[in-house]
Design a protein around this ligand. Structure first.
Ligand SMILES: CC(C)(COP(=O)(O)OP(=O)(O)OC[C@H]1O[C@@H](n2cnc3c(N)ncnc32)[C@H](O)[C@@H]1OP(=O)(O)O)[C@@H](O)C(=O)NCCC(=O)NCCS
Length: 383
C-alpha cells in the first residue's frame, strides 16, 4: 500500500496553526507585543484587567468599559459553596494545578455554557473564568494546609485581592505591582502548547470551561509552565554561587536540559525575563538579606549558560526569573504555575474567540509508518 509522501515536522515547529492578531513575538530581536503594544509599555502603564480586556476584545477599553469589566469580575470572584465543598474532598497532596484543572472543568456543570455561539454565554463565562481562577488557587492552597478559604476583598485590585486571599493580609505596593506585572507577562504568548490546546478544543465547539481545563493540563508539564518550579529546585540544589559552574558542566555532560533557559521562538533573552530580572533586583533590595542569594546564584547560572550554550542561542526564558520573583514574594513553589494560568487564561479565552470567528475543526494528518495486512496469530502461537 502506497503512503502519500508527507513531511512530518516534530513539534510542528515553524508551522502556522492559525492566523492571529492577539500577540506578536520577534524571537531574534526579543520583542513581545499584545495587540501591537510592547509588553514593556503595558507593564509600566497598564494593569492586568485592562490588558485582559485588550487581549480578549481587541482594543484598549474606555474608562466606562473597564469599570464595567472590573465590576463584573468582582461580582463573580466568589466560589459557590458546593465548589468549595468539592475542593475540600480533593486529596491534600494533589498539586494545585490538579485542583485548578478539576475545578475549572467542574465549573462547566454549575454555569452551563454549551451554546458557545451565544454572545452572552461567551461574555459571562469569560468573566467567571478570569474572576474565579485566583479564588480557586488561593482557596486550594489554604484548604491543603488546613485553613479555611477567604472570601475575595473586592476593594482591592485584582492582584492585591489574590495576595489577600492567599495570606490574609494586604500586599505592599511593590508586591502588588510585581504580582500584576507577573499576570500581564503571562497573559499571552502566541501559539504555545496550552494555547494551541485551547484552540484545538475550542474548534470542536466545546464549552469554555472544558477548553480552559484542557489548557491548564497542557500548561502543567515541566517543559511548559512547570519549568519555573524546576528552576527553584535547581537553584536550591546548586546551593551557592561557587557550585554553579561544576553543576552546569555536569548537567551538560549528561546531556540534561538546564531549566528556565532555551525557547522555541526566542533566540535572545526573553523580554519578559528582562522585566522580571529588574523587579527581582527591586524586590531583593527592598528586602535585602532574605532571598538575595538565589538571585546571585541565578545570575551566575545565566553567565555560565551563556558561556557554554550562547552559540546555540540558549538564553533565560520567563520561567528563569519568574520562579525567583515568586519565591521572593513568599509564594509557595507549587503555586507558580497556577498563577501563570491565572494570567494565561485571558490569552486562552482571546484565542478561543478568535478561533470561533473562522472556525474549522483541527484535524491534522499523520504519516503512517506501521505495518499493513498482518496475520491474526492465535493466542497459543504468540511469543
Ligand atoms: C523550551 C524548550 C523545550 C525549547 O526546545 P526546542 O525549541 O525544541 O529546542 P531544542 O530542544 O531543539 O534545542 C536546540 C539545541 O539547544 C539545546 N538546548 C535547548 N534548551 C536547552 C536547555 N534548557 N539546556 C541545555 N541545552 C538546551 C538542545 O539540546 C539542542 O542542542 P543540539 O542542537 O545540540 O541537539 C527547551 O529549550 C527546554 O527544554 N528548556 C528547558 C525547559 C524550560 O525552561 N521551559 C520553559 C519554556 S518557556
Amino acid at each position: 500500500m502506497e503512503e502519500r509522501e508527507l513531511e512530518v515536522v516534530p513539534g510542528l515547529a515553524g508551522i502556522p496553526a492559525a492566523e492571529s492578531a492577539i500577540s506578536f513575538i520577534d524571537g531574534e530581536k526579543g520583542i513581545l507585543e499584545y495587540r501591537g503594544i510592547p509588553v514593556e509599555v503595558l507593564t509600566e502603564k497598564s494593569n492586568f484587567l485592562e490588558v485582559s480586556y485588550l487581549l480578549i476584545f481587541g482594543k484598549l477599553p474606555t474608562q466606562e468599559e473597564v469599570n464595567k469589566f472590573k465590576t463584573d469580575i468582582n461580582f463573580h470572584s466568589r466560589l459557590k459553596l458546593k465548589i468549595v465543598r468539592m475542593m475540600e474532598h480533593l486529596p491534600e497532596n494533589g498539586h494545585p494545578m490538579e485542583y485548578l484543572q478539576s475545578v475549572s472543568s467542574a465549573m462547566g456543570m454549575y454555569y452551563p455554557a454549551k451554546n458557545v455561539l451565544d454572545t452572552d454565554v461567551r461574555y459571562w463565562s469569560i468573566v467567571r473564568l478570569i474572576a474565579k481562577l485566583p479564588t480557586i488557587v488561593a482557596s486550594s492552597n489554604r484548604l491543603r494546609h488546613g485553613d479555611a478559604p477567604l472570601q475575595p476583598n473586592n476593594d482591592l485590585s485584582f492582584a492585591a485581592n489574590f495576595y489577600y486571599m492567599l495570606f490574609e493580609r494586604v500586599p505592599d505596593p511593590l508586591t502588588e505591582k510585581i504580582l500584576d506585572v507577573m499576570l500581564i507577562l503571562h497573559a499571552d504568548h502566541t501559539m504555545n502548547a496550552s494555547t494551541f490546546s485551547a484552540r484545538v478544543v475550542g474548534s470542536t465547539l466545546a464549552d469554555p470551561y472544558t477548553i480552559v481545563a484542557s489548557a491548564i493540563g497542557t500548561l502543567s508539564g515541566p517543559l511548559h509552565g512547570g519549568a519555573n518550579e524546576e528552576v527553584i529546585h535547581m537553584l536550591e540544589e546548586i546551593g551557592s554561587k561557587e557550585d554553579v559552574r561544576p553543576y552546569i558542566e555536569k548537567k551538560l555532560e549528561k546531556k540534561e536540559k538546564i531549566m528556565g533557559v532555551g525557547h522555541r521562538i526566542y533566540k535572545t533573552k526573553d523580554p519578559r525575563a528582562i522585566i522580571l530580572q529588574t523587579f527581582a533586583h527591586q524586590l531583593f533590595e527592598s528586602n535585602a538579606s532574605k532571598k538575595g542569594k538565589v538571585l546571585e546564584i541565578a545570575e551566575e547560572v545565566e553567565k555560565v549558560v551563556h558561556e557554554k550554550l550562547g552559540h546555540k542561542k540558549i538564553y533565560p526564558n520567563v520561567d528563569f526569573y519568574s520562579g525567583i520573583v515568586f519565591q521572593g514574594l513568599g509564594i509557595p513553589t507549587d503555586l507558580f504555575t497556577p498563577i501563570f494560568a491565572m494570567g494565561r487564561v485571558t490569552g486562552w479565552l482571546a484565542h478561543w474567540l478568535e478561533q470561533l470567528k473562522t472556525n474549522k475543526i483541527y484535524r491534522p494528518d499523520q504519516k503512517y509508518i506501521g505495518l499493513h495486512n498482518q496475520p491474526y496469530i492465535p493466542i497459543d502461537d504468540r511469543n
